[in-house]
Design a protein around this ligand. Structure first.
Ligand code: OSB
Ligand code: MG
Length: 374
């Protein structure tokens, strides 16, 4: 695609149910979308950064100014034959991976439309169906959490992940295991613990968890390796893995036995593919994480999840778990046996509801070749 213009938009979308992690409760998403205009096409990408710099150091306002000031000028007026080619143009900008990913992924989507192939095939995917799990936030009471788990299991989801933090962990896992001894269960701490809490973390071993996700510091690999040596439960790294070299470090240190890949966190599809390949070479299974995406980011997660080493159920679930109405058509649906069927059409495989997006837009800025800040 030759990129003639780029539009940034902020949408406000209330969540069907609040989502609470160890860093706070969220009731409404501020969604940042990028549209690339060129070759007579509109190509869409979602910047998955949060509302606040709490999960990682990016947030949607930092992404907006980084795109306007640096990333858009690096793509406007230029031709990209392959989505992955843009990564080199962005290399001068340190970090800001979610901002970069929004543009890179839109270019991959454009490439898949122009080559008339499904995005998942362009990425090298092989699966026609992907296995789905759910990530369930901290609730007001354990009973409410158990009710939610019951609903998701009845809907067919193949793995339950619950958010934990000190004070909402062993007590909660005990209750879940008492009711569902055999269900595939994991927990995600979003960095809520330190090694001072080792004796407490050791107690997680009694629950036969599939994994404990990111128990320690968001920027740490080394101390996770020390912890992994002393736990029987597999650790999974999320926040700590920014690129393929981090995955090599984690693999060689033995810091985890499973890796969560989020395409935004690693800066776009090209790096996500490298992380995938490194993990495969080190026999580390991966799964696709989520960032409470709208259908645009969700469709990209589905495409990525078709790669061969995505061998565990991911956090990619149905649109209706998040939104009253999603901005794609059809919405993402999960079958009663917990699978999403990967669309066969060229591109990301879902129609973008531009009319609805326009209605939900609270802020918009279009940058054109020649007129953007250099
Ligand atoms: O750590 O995986 C995480 C949501 C926002 C920020 C971080 C995380 C999450 C989730 C939700 O767990 C996954 C989803 O359902 O999209
Ligand atoms: Mg996580």
């Amino acid at each position: 695609m030759k990129v003639d213009a780029l539009t940034l938009r902020e949408l406000r979308l209330p969540l069907v149910h609040f989502f609470e992690t160890s860093f706070g409760r969220l009731t409404e998403r501020r969604i940042l979308l990028v549209t690339l205009h060129g070759d007579g096409l509109n190509a869409w990408g979602e910047c998955v950064a949060g509302e606040d710099p709490f999960y990682s150091d990016e947030w949607i306002d930092s992404a907006w100014v980084t795109i306007v000031g640096y990333l858009a000028p690096a793509v406007l007026g230029r031709q990209f034959d392959h989505g992955g080619d843009v990564a080199a143009r962005f290399a001068r900008v340190r970090g800001h991976r979610m901002a970069k990913a929004a543009i890179e992924n839109a270019l991959w989507a454009a490439e898949s439309v122009e080559r008339n192939v499904p995005l998942w095939k362009l990425l090298g995917g092989t699966r026609r169906q992907i296995e789905c799990g759910v990530s369930i936030g901290i609730q007001d009471t354990v009973e409410q959490l158990l009710d939610k788990i019951a609903v998701e299991l009845a809907a067919g989801y193949r793995r339950i992940k619950v958010k934990v933090k000190p004070g909402w962990d062993v007590n909660v896992l005990e209750r879940i295991r008492a009711r569902w001894p055999g269900v595939l269960l994991s927990c995600d701490a979003n960095s809520a613990y330190t090694l001072d809490g080792f004796d407490h973390l050791k107690r997680f071993d009694q629950f036969q968890l599939l994994m404990i996700e990111q128990p320690l510091w968001n920027d740490d690999i080394y101390f996770h390796a020390r912890l992994q040596q002393q736990l029987t439960t597999a650790l999974c790294l999320d926040e700590s893995i920014h690129h393929a070299r981090d995955a090599v470090t984690a693999a060689e240190l033995g810091a985890c036995r499973i890796v969560n890949i989020k395409v935004g966190r690693v800066g776009g599809f090209s790096e996500a593919l490298r992380v995938h390949d490194v993990c495969r070479a080190h026999n580390l299974p991966v799964w696709c994480g989520g960032m409470l995406e709208t259908g645009i980011g969700r469709a990209h997660n589905i495409a990525l999840s078709t790669l061969p080493n995505f061998s565990l159920p991911g956090d990619v679930s149905a649109s209706k778990r998040y939104w009253k109405e999603d901005i794609i058509d059809p919405e993402v649906e999960v079958s009663p046996d917990g699978l999403i069927t990967v669309p066969g059409q060229p591109g990301a495989g879902y129609r973008i509801r531009e009319d609805l997006i326009e209605k939900l837009t609270v802020r918009k800025e279009t940058l054109r070749a020649g007129s953007a800040r250099a």
